[in-house]
Every structure is written in C-alpha cells, then in structure tokens.
Design a protein around this ligand. Structure first.
Ligand code: N01
Length: 534
C-alpha cells in the first residue's frame, strides 16, 4: 500500500509535461496539498516519449518555453532557433530540478480509472499498478497527442524484425547502419525521422498514404547579439504573445492575399517560408478561410516541392491534392523532399499501391514485396480525446465519459465537462492548444484552473461543475467558428478523421488564443457564472 493512499490530496495533477509540471509548481506554491501522477519514468511529457532522431519543435525555442519566472527565462540559454528534442527535454528537467518538482510526483503511475464520489466530493484515481489516490480536485494534463496508434494492417503482428514507434522511441537510441528500413506515415513525425534514417540506413522505403506539406526549418544557432536582444526584451516578447492568435509574437499580415499585387504576395510568402516553422500557415489573414487565397499559398508551396525533387514523377506523388494547404498541420522538416534524390530512398504511394500485408520479413504491396529489417511507425495519435477516453472515467451519478461524449466531445472552454464535478481537463477539446504555442497555453490553462480551485477553497465551496447549457453553447460556438474556415474540409486528426469510428468534429478552438483567453478572463472576473458552485 502506498503511504499516501490513505490521505486525500487537495488536488491531483496527471501528467509531467509542460502543463502538469507547471500546475504542480503553482499548486505547491499556493500551499495546496498536491500530487502529480505520471505514466512515464520521468518528466517531459511529449518530449519524454517522442525521442525519435530528428524530433524538433516548429515554434521558436525562446517562445516555446515558460514565461512565469523571469529569472528562469533570463538564465536559460537556448542554443538554437528551433530546439531539438534533447534540448527541450533537458530544459524541462532543469525546470523540474530548479523548482524541486519531482518530489511531488509518482512516476510509472498510469491512471486507468477515475471515479467521483458525490457524498465525499472526492475523486478516487486508480493506476495500472493497482494503487489508489484520492483528492478533492483532479486535473488531467495528459496531453493532446499522447495516445499513439498502431495501424490495422493485415499481418502486422507477424513482422519478425525490429518494430519502432516514433512516439515511444527507445531511451538508448537505435542504429540503422546496414539496415533496410520502412517508415509508415508521412505526418510531422515521419517527415522528421525519415531524413535521419536515410543518412544511416542501407535502404529506406517511405510508405505514404497521404502526402503532406512541409516547410524546411531554417534552424541555426542564436547569435550572441540575438541572445542579448532577446534577454533585454523578453518581457515585451511575452506581452506580445499573451493575447496573440497563436501565443507567439508572430501574426499574419493584415492585408488579404487578393488585395496585394502578385509581387507583394510572392515576397510575403517567400519571407514566411524562409522564416520557417508554423509561420507559413499565417502569411495572409484569409488563407485558411478563402479557397482562392489558399490556392495561391498552395501553388507557392507546390513550386518549392517541385524545385527540390529531381524526379518529377516522385514530386507528383509528394504533392498533396486532398486538402487545402494548412488544414492539416503543416510539417517542419530538415531535408525531407531532398531525401528522395538519394539512391537508397524509395517512396511508395499507397494510394496507387496499397499495402496488401505485412509478413515476417517485410511488406507486400499491391505491386511488389519489400524486404525490411526495421519497421518504423509514425502513424499518429488518437488526438485530443483519446487519452481521456481510455481511462475508465466516471463522474456524478456514475456517468461514464465515453457515454457522455458518444456524440462528440462537449466542454466549456475545454476545462469543464458537465456531469464531472471538480475535474478539469487541460489543453483539451474546445481550447486553441494544438493551434497555439503549447507552453504559454499551458500556463494560461493551469493559472485559470488553480485560480478557480483557490476560489472554491477560500469560499468553502466543495464542488464545482460547469453548466450543461454553457458547455453546449461553447461547443456550438467552436464548431461554428471552425465551419467558417477551410479546416473542416480536411481528413485531419483535428477532425478525428484518422481514427476509425471516431465522431468527426473539429476539436480545437480556432478563434485564436487571445480571443479564447479573453473568454476565460471574463468567466473568472464575473465570478464563474457558467459553473455551479456548491
Ligand atoms: O501523426 P499524423 P504525427 N497505413 O497523424 C499515416 C505534432 N508533431 O505523429 O494521413 C498507412 O500527422 C497517416 O496517413 P493518413 C503535430 O501537431 C509536431 O506525424 O491518415 N499510413 C499519416 O501520414 C502533428 O500534426 C512536430 O492517410 C498510415 C501518418 O501516418 C502531430 O504531432 C513533430 C496508416 C500519421 O501522421 C501528429 O503528427 C511531430 C496506415 N494504416 C509531431 N495509419 C513538430 O513540432 C496512419 N498512417 C515539428
């Protein structure tokens, strides 16, 4: 029996990624009796699991970092404009150590069940190990892309070679030397890992079902002058981000694409393309809502792909035709398209040549057999809802989240789910999260939730639950905003389209981080009118 099993905590925060760690820090600082539970063996969340070579963030390092502590942000030095996974994980570990956060955590504790006891106004959480923990409040900071999926391909379980998941990469790393490697999946993960494998392996076959757009990451070390400038203006940089559309200082141009001359448009796109990362998805204010504007951006990107790939029949296969550009997350790469000019790399277009079966020694497509020593799955996640729904989660009146969300997820501002008192979900459906800088987003989320927890405690409130009508209204609003964009035209994970049987609805709030934050501010300033406090 765990020593703490007997005594209920004020709050349990699940997850030791950017969000969970910050929450635990702030809860402890506020004097709450807080426990952190984490499935992994250490801190890091997304950056703990996704250790595949080539993993790199598409938001600039100086923005993709905590802002809550001036001394922390002044003392940490990011070496590169776009940080790679090892540096981000080192940063998270540094933060955990600096603020002594690990002492609040139990690692290797995957929560498998959670149940609310109305009489006691308490949650009981059960973990895979069979331990139980109780608390008044529970916060799920379990990540948006934390449940990887293995594709359902005939014979897949028979493969006798090495199997790897980008989202569960081995701690000790992997050598591809002399290996024949297959990568399934050409989203952000597949596009980042493949060029690294290509440089090492004897042969690489990329199995592509859907082509994606990718922008090269113009990565380089920060210069000393830039470092000094960033340090001197850090506060302002953050101020410019706190109410910005994507929680970074960058915004799209104010002039619509079609109101510019062809030369002005070309220059604007060239600048953003060279700026790298997610910037290319925000060149013009109308590129994600007006198909004509989107088409101009698309044509620009297509020309870039064609210029990089020697064999134009391969380029034809690499160009996406099935979605407006940006309506699936634009990927960030280091030499992805150029990789197909190498003699040891082959692209298999699964739309033309589907996989018939996986065998112990390779993959048989409709046209040929490819022998493989190693198979890498970069096949995505059950995004945004997958992790919560895999927990046996019961709220008031024994309502099960899986049943409550059978027709699609409903939340109020992402935080609250009607029927689930004293429970908060972070970076959830109904928040900008995956469309924004996740670190500042996480700070906003936890600040808001912990302010509400403190409000309850200061006022003797035992339970807090979002009102059903508020959640329905917010969910309708987020769908209405999404309907006004091109995002609903893509078979993306934002829409739940990558999971068989998953309700097809747009899950993030696409009205911008600043607007979302104002809604949250208003709710707090008005004394939480859309929550029942008892
Ligand atoms: O996952 P994905 P991801 N047979 O879902 C294919 C963030 N991220 O891990 O599109 C064959 O995008 C699937 O094909 P299709 C970022 O937000 C950020 O790459 O379903 N193929 C697709 O090509 C990103 O969007 C960074 O037809 C199959 C791929 O697998 C999100 O994480 C880096 C298949 C999955 O792509 C997810 O990215 C990494 C099958 N049966 C991740 N099943 C950066 O910051 C699936 N696929 C840069």
């Amino acid at each position: 029996m765990h020593p703490e099993q007997g005594s209920p905590f004020d709050v349990i925060i699940i997850g030791a990624g950017f969000a969970g760690l910050y929450g635990v820090h702030q809860a402890a600082r506020a004097g709450l009796n807080v426990l952190g539970l984490e499935a992994g063996a250490g801190v890091g969340g997304t950056w703990y699991w996704n250790k595949y070579p080539g993993a790199r963030c598409d938001v600039e390092s100086v923005d993709y970092s905590y802002s809550f502590d001036e001394e922390l942000q002044q003392s940490w030095t990011w070496t590169e404009r776009f940080a790679a996974q090892p540096e981000i994980l080192a940063y998270i570990r540094h933060v955990a150590e600096r603020f002594d956060l690990e002492r609040h955590y139990r690692f290797g504790q995957r929560v498998t069940a959670a149940r609310f006891d109305e009489a006691a106004a308490q949650w009981t959480l059960r973990t895979e190990r069979g331990d139980e923990f109780r608390s008044q409040f529970v916060v799920f900071a379990t990540g948006c892309l934390s449940t990887p999926i293995k594709p359902n391909i005939p014979g897949i379980e028979t493969f006798a070679g090495e199997e790897l998941f980008t989202a569960q990469w081995p701690e000790q790393g992997v050598s591809f030397e002399g290996k024949r490697v297959g990568v399934i999946g050409t989203g952000s993960s597949g596009i980042q890992v493949s060029p690294v494998i290509a440089r090492e392996a004897e042969a690489l076959t990329v199995f592509q079902r859907s082509a994606n757009f990718s922008v090269p990451v113009p990565n380089r070390p920060w210069t000393d002058d830039e470092q000094s400038e960033i340090r001197a203006t850090y506060r302002q940089r953050r101020e410019n981000s706190y109410y910005a559309p994507a929680a970074t200082p960058h915004r799209s141009l104010e002039i619509k694409a079609l109101d510019l001359t062809a030369e002005q448009r070309e220059q604007a796109m060239e600048d953003r393309w060279n700026g790298g990362g997610v910037l290319f998805n925000k060149v013009f204010p109308d590129q994600n809502s007006d198909l004509a504007a989107n088409e101009l951006v698309r044509e620009f990107a297509v020309a870039k792909i064609r210029a990089k790939v020697d064999d134009q029949s391969v380029a034809d296969d690499l160009i996406p035709y099935d979605h407006p550009i940006g309506t699936k997350r634009i990927c960030t790469d280091s030499g992805y398209y150029e990789m197909f000019n190498r003699p040891n790399v082959e692209l298999v277009n699964l739309r033309r040549e589907p996989i018939a079966e996986v065998t112990p020694t390779g993959i048989r497509t409709a046209e040929k057999f490819i022998e493989l020593d190693t198979l890498v799955y970069a096949t995505g996640f059950d995004a945004m809802t997958g992790t919560l729904l895999r927990i046996d989660l019961h709220g008031a009146n024994d309502a099960r989240l899986g049943d409550v969300w059978a027709d699609g997820p409903v939340t109020y501002l992402g935080f609250g789910i009607p029927g689930f008192p004293n429970m908060f979900s972070i970076n959830s459906v109904g928040t900008p999260s995956v469309m924004a800088n996740m670190v500042l987003h996480s700070e906003q989320q936890l600040d808001w939730v912990l302010a509400l927890v403190e409000h309850c405690r200061a006022n003797g409130i035992r339970t807090v639950e979002t009102r059903e009508e508020a959640a329905v209204k917010w969910t309708d609003h987020l769908l209405e905003v999404a309907e006004g964009t091109l995002f609903v035209k893509a078979d993306s994970w934002y829409m739940g389209a990558n999971i068989e049987g998953k309700k097809r609805v747009f899950m993030p709030y696409i009205g911008g981080f600043g607007n979302y934050r104002r809604y949250c501010d208003e709710e707090r300033e008005n004394g939480y009118p859309n929550f029942e406090l008892t």
